[in-house]
Design a binder for this molecule. Structure first.
Ligand SMILES: [Zn+2]
Length: 278
């Protein structure tokens, strides 16, 4: 299956995508060489909703389904505190919407730090249980389908955009509900990380027992690089005010700091800003 069909055009530049392989489960992998991201044709939104609606989905990520933050693993707290420190440093504003909030630890800590917070999630369990426990509203559904009665200074999408079926539409929706000169912070896996490059190569050479498993296709429909996030921002008419690559907080070492210097670390972080008048 190397042919390019009408449905496999780049979302950002409309050029045909290049077929680069197939993962161990038979998911086809395409790449836009110009915009520098890989993707697999997304599952239907019904399948995706079922996947994220399962309360067990995020159990086992160092969290728990009761949202008992005291029992979350220290590494989880460490990571979320790093996000919050970053938000304080690189954005301004008081209201924060955390898209795909999951455990809700980020808005919880942000609220303690003085932010006025809300969340969204595809999971019914999260949107029905979290508000009573954590004390802030959680809207249910994909960002594009939620009716908001207000706008926000800061919108965070941490490990969210790679799961969407159309990251451009999600980013455009975020922009709609953002105040003028507001910020969107995005964190996604880095397609250009050393780790991913090595595993891509091993997969290509058929030296990996489960080819391309590291891309987590099926959960992740898109795998971005900093370059593709910049192209995405331009397509949404958002300014890029900061970008970097980082290792997870619990895996930071001198070698990893070297990776970060050359955009080779595991995750891409980017901050967009909505222009003053659009
Ligand atoms: Zn493209």
């Amino acid at each position: 299956m190397t042919s390019v069909t009408q449905s496999h055009l780049c979302l950002l530049c409309q050029h045909p995508l290049r077929h680069i392989g197939e993962d161990f489960a038979g998911k086809q992998i395409y790449k836009c060489d110009q915009c520098d991201y890989a993707m697999t044709p997304p599952a239907t939104s019904v399948d995706a909703s079922e996947l994220y609606d399962d309360p067990e989905y995020f159990d086992g990520w160092g969290c728990n389904m009761e949202f008992d933050y005291g029992r979350f693993e220290p590494a989880v707290h460490q990571q979320v505190e790093q996000y919050l420190a970053f938000i304080k440093k690189h954005t301004r504003g008081e209201s924060l919407l955390d898209v795909g909030t999951g455990s809700g630890l980020l808005p919880h800590l942000a609220r303690q730090a003085g932010y006025e917070v809300e969340g969204t999630d595809l999971s019914k369990h999260v949107s029905e249980t979290l508000p009573a426990t954590a004390g802030f509203p959680v809207h249910h559904g994909p960002l594009e389908e939620i009716t908001f009665h207000r706008t926000y200074d800061i919108i965070t999408m941490l490990h969210v955009l790679e799961h969407t079926s159309d990251p451009l539409s999600t980013l455009l929706r975020a922009k709609e509900i953002l105040n003028a000169e507001g910020y969107v912070m995005v964190v996604v896996p880095n397609y250009k990380s050393v780790d991913t490059r090595i595993k891509n190569l091993l997969s290509k050479l058929k030296l990996k027992s489960r080819a391309y498993k590291h891309l987590a296709l099926g959960h992740h429909n898109y795998v971005f690089s900093i370059k593709s996030l910049e192209v995405l921002g331009r397509a949404a008419d958002l300014q890029v005010v900061y970008h970097t690559t980082t290792q997870p907080a619990w895996r930071s070492s001198a070698l990893h700091r070297f990776f970060e210097r050359y955009q080779l670390a595991t995750w891409c972080w980017i901050v967009y800003r909505k222009p003053a008048s659009t």
